[in-house]
Design a protein around this ligand. Structure first.
Ligand SMILES: [Zn+2]
Ligand SMILES: [Zn+2]
Length: 403
């Protein structure tokens, strides 16, 4: 039988956090609490098991049944028996090497937790200043473009083309958001589009809300990190020597991030030094880093993660896509328009995700400005516009032939 380390997982404090999300999902009634979702009650706790067929779910995460069995044997013998049966089934679809390591921390789990703890230091009263709040607001607007325009629409979906120096500029901003290398980000997101809300989706809330938001970054499923470079999805990215260099030296993205933090601290301290003592200037520089680097990074993380979690749970749909994607105005506000996610899943190639007049897309507005300046070319318009252009071209060529 497959080895199962669920005993270890049960005692894991972060496991309790994930379980809370799952239980909460049953109380608030997720939008994906639909025909396809299967519920299993263990004791008094309803556990959202999956929205796939049982065999698909077990294939995606065989340890799931192990976790249920070990965690709830004492309170629900009947349910435990069913879970035991599931576990037996799981053994048949286990990892090829026969070792399943559920809830094994990823190598980025500790840095993610550490950054959250560090961000709390921004709220030390001495650091809460008007200057820091203003700088945070500016930094959020500037650096988030690296993810939304750079990593997402430019690299992943090729929705526009820009000169190489400008592309590297956007990628530089993205690296300052500490969201890993371009190849890792692009392959993970392309995999999401290829398998949206299916077992191979790296971060679907059909597993659980907590998993889709941050769990997939903290734990390895089937012993494999979800946030990984997958050659099948990023051949065009690693063809670029700069992006390939980051795959060859995986610490390079983190190094660039630390360098930019150091540069911000140095410039801020130098400016404060004009009107303050040396010690005071250094201290105020630390405050700027906590607000404009650490807190900003954590906030942009959650804004990006919300696109994976909230917009696959809450909101409305303009289109009946094959996934659970939704348009969510709150996420759209904090993520430069990315919250119109159902529109995006309907037409991923489009540079714009604005399909109704009030679905404002600030990222597309920026793309239009770049186009006007001659810096963006080959901008892919929404499907409806593309269709109209093709129809117009077809009819004009027919007219020419008739003439
Ligand atoms: Zn999605
Ligand atoms: Zn996308």
């Amino acid at each position: 039988m497959t080895s199962c380390s669920a005993d270890r997982a049960r005692g894991h404090p972060l496991q309790a956090y994930l379980d809370d999300f799952i239980t909460l999902s049953s109380l608030v009634g997720w939008p994906y609490n639909s025909h396809s979702v299967e519920w299993i009650h263990v004791g008094s706790s309803p556990l959202l098991v999956h929205s796939f067929t049982r065999s698909e779910r077990l294939e995606a995460s065989p340890h799931w049944a192990c976790q249920m069995t070990h965690a709830d044997q004492s309170v629900a013998p009947a349910a435990s028996q069913e879970a035991e049966a599931l576990m037996e089934d799981a053994a048949g679809v286990a990892d090829p090497v026969g070792v399943v390591e559920p809830y094994e921390f990823t190598e980025i789990a500790i840095p993610i937790i550490a950054m959250h703890v560090l961000a709390l230091f921004a709220f030390i009263p001495a650091f809460i200043t008007g200057t820091n709040v203003l700088l945070l607001a500016i930094a959020l607007v500037v650096f988030s473009n690296g993810i939304t325009l750079g990593y997402h629409r430019l690299l992943t979906h090729k929705s526009l083309r820009v000169p190489k120096w400008l592309e590297y500029g956007y990628v530089g901003l993205a690296l300052c958001c500490l969201q890993e290398s371009p190849a890792k980000w692009v392959s993970t997101h392309r995999r999401h589009h290829s398998h949206s809300d299916e077992p191979d989706d790296p971060h679907s809330p059909t597993a659980s809300f907590g998993w889709s938001h941050v769990g997939w970054l903290l734990w390895k499923r089937k012993g494999q990190h979800e946030f990984r470079t997958d050659d099948r999805y990023c051949a065009d990215i690693i063809a670029d020597p700069f992006y390939a260099l980051m795959e060859k030296h995986p610490d390079l993205p983190a190094g660039i991030y630390i360098l930019h933090a150091g540069a911000i601290w140095f410039v801020a301290s130098a400016l404060f030094l004009m009107e303050n003592s040396f010690g005071s200037a250094i201290w105020q520089g630390v405050g700027v880093v906590l607000w404009c680097v650490v807190l900003r990074t954590v906030m942009i993380w959650h804004f990006s993660w919300s696109v994976n979690s909230l917009t696959h749970c809450f909101g409305y749909q303009n289109y009946k896509t094959s996934d659970q994607s939704r348009n969510n105005w709150l996420v759209a506000i904090v993520s430069n328009g990315e919250g119109w996610h159902n529109n995006h899943h309907h037409d991923p190639a489009s540079a714009s995700v604005q399909h109704k007049w009030w679905e404002f897309d600030p990222t597309y507005l920026q793309i239009r400005v770049l186009k006007r300046l001659g810096l963006a070319t080959h901008v892919i318009e929404p499907r409806q516009v593309r269709k109209t252009v093709v129809e117009r071209e077809d009819s004009s060529s027919l007219n020419k032939q008739a003439g």
